[in-house]
Write a protein that binds this ligand. Structure first.
Ligand code: SF4
Length: 343
């Protein structure tokens, strides 16, 4: 299916249209501590993060932006609430601004931010959040419609100011409202959409909620960049983001492991082996597909579809490479053999 959203440039990356869906995250360091923030961004770059956002809650954080920007290689997004002056000043250093029109103040404030972004030739994400929607829209019974109405009102201000370099997000902490809002807004505008389930929770529950919400939207061809919000290290958000995109066949990134749940037929300890393999291949960025299967029931079938496959057997398991049997290996040698073939 063709994605018809507008293309928007964010630093050295592009989102929208049929561009790859980019995975982004947000630092949880203090932005004013430039060194710590740069270190975390480097960690996230290693994990594959493609756009990074930092909060700019005060002047000290603003002052750190230049140093941060100069020391990283992915686009930097400045996230500003309440204080439009910080947004205006951030435009000099950031590759994109993210503001919540619900809390940035008067129309004049918004226009000042738009002017600053225009002068710096950077886009703005209009982040509508149900929790900070305009008062008159709170009366809407349908919360998704209220969020979309809020977004459309804001877009009008931007367009009237002749500013079209816009990315949109509409977030609510419940999945259904978020999905409905994105579906509705995607019918009404062609601005690229940043999608995510906000305040999704811990690694475990947040991963489930995000997978359901983002999965549904992405399968409906909605979403140009994703952020998985987790109460966890942001590298975990990046990992989950890629897993969601990989599982839908939308991106190729790093190692994907297909492994069976095991049962009484299993000849090898799939649970231990798959966990070990996942850990040992987590830093590989080159796309590769490994199948790790317990027995001959589904082992050969999955193994021939993967780049490297193991079909568990006794006394030895069968190692496949590119759809062909390569050799037989003892259980104790499976990990080393797979790693050798993948490198
Ligand atoms: Fe059980 Fe074999 Fe299926 Fe794994 S592949 S779940 S061991 S039948």
């Amino acid at each position: 299916m063709v994605n018809t959203t507008k293309k928007i440039k964010i630093g050295n990356k592009v989102i929208g249209g049929n561009s790859p869906i980019l995975v982004q995250s947000m630092c949880n360091t203090l932005t004013k501590d430039a060194r710590q923030t740069i270190n975390q961004i480097h960690e996230l770059e290693d994990a594959g993060c493609e756009i990074i956002r930092v909060s700019v809650p005060d002047k000290k954080s603003l002052n750190a932006l230049k140093e941060i920007k100069d020391n990283i290689s992915i686009p930097l997004v400045a996230d500003i609430h309440f204080n439009h002056k910080l947004a205006v000043d951030s435009a000099r250093y950031a590759d994109k601004l993210r503001i919540n029109p619900g809390n940035i103040g008067s129309k004049e404030n918004v226009l000042a931010v738009i002017k600053a972004a225009k002068d710096s030739n950077i886009p703005i994400r209009i982040g509508v959040n149900l929790a900070s929607i305009e008062k008159d829209l709170l009366a809407y019974k349908n919360k998704a419609e209220a969020m979309v109405e809020s977004a459309l009102r804001r877009i009008k201000i931007f367009e009237k100011a002749d500013f079209y370099d816009v990315v949109l997000s509409l977030k609510a902490s419940d999945i259904k409202t978020t999905i409905d809002a994105y579906k509705l807004v995607s019918e009404k505008t062609d601005y690229p959409l940043h999608i995510g389930i906000t305040e999704a929770g811990t690694s475990f529950s947040g991963t489930i909620k995000s997978s359901i919400g983002l999965g549904h939207l992405l399968l409906n061809n909605i979403g140009d960049t994703i952020r998985v919000s987790l109460s966890a290290h942001p590298a975990e958000e990046v990992r989950v983001g890629f897993e969601i995109l990989k599982s839908l066949g939308l991106r190729k990134h790093g190692v994907t492991i297909t492994s069976c749940p095991t049962c009484a037929r299993a000849h090898i300890d799939i649970i231990v082996l798959s966990k070990k393999l996942e850990e040992l291949t987590s830093s590989i960025k080159k796309p590769a597909h490994i199948a790790l299967m317990g027995c001959e029931v589904n082992g050969p079938g999955e193994s021939v579809k993967a780049d490297i496959g193991i079909s568990g057997g006794k006394p030895k398991s069968v190692l496949y490479k590119n759809g062909k049997i390569l050799k037989k290996v003892d259980e104790k040698d499976i990990i080393d053999s797979v790693l050798k073939e993948i490198s």
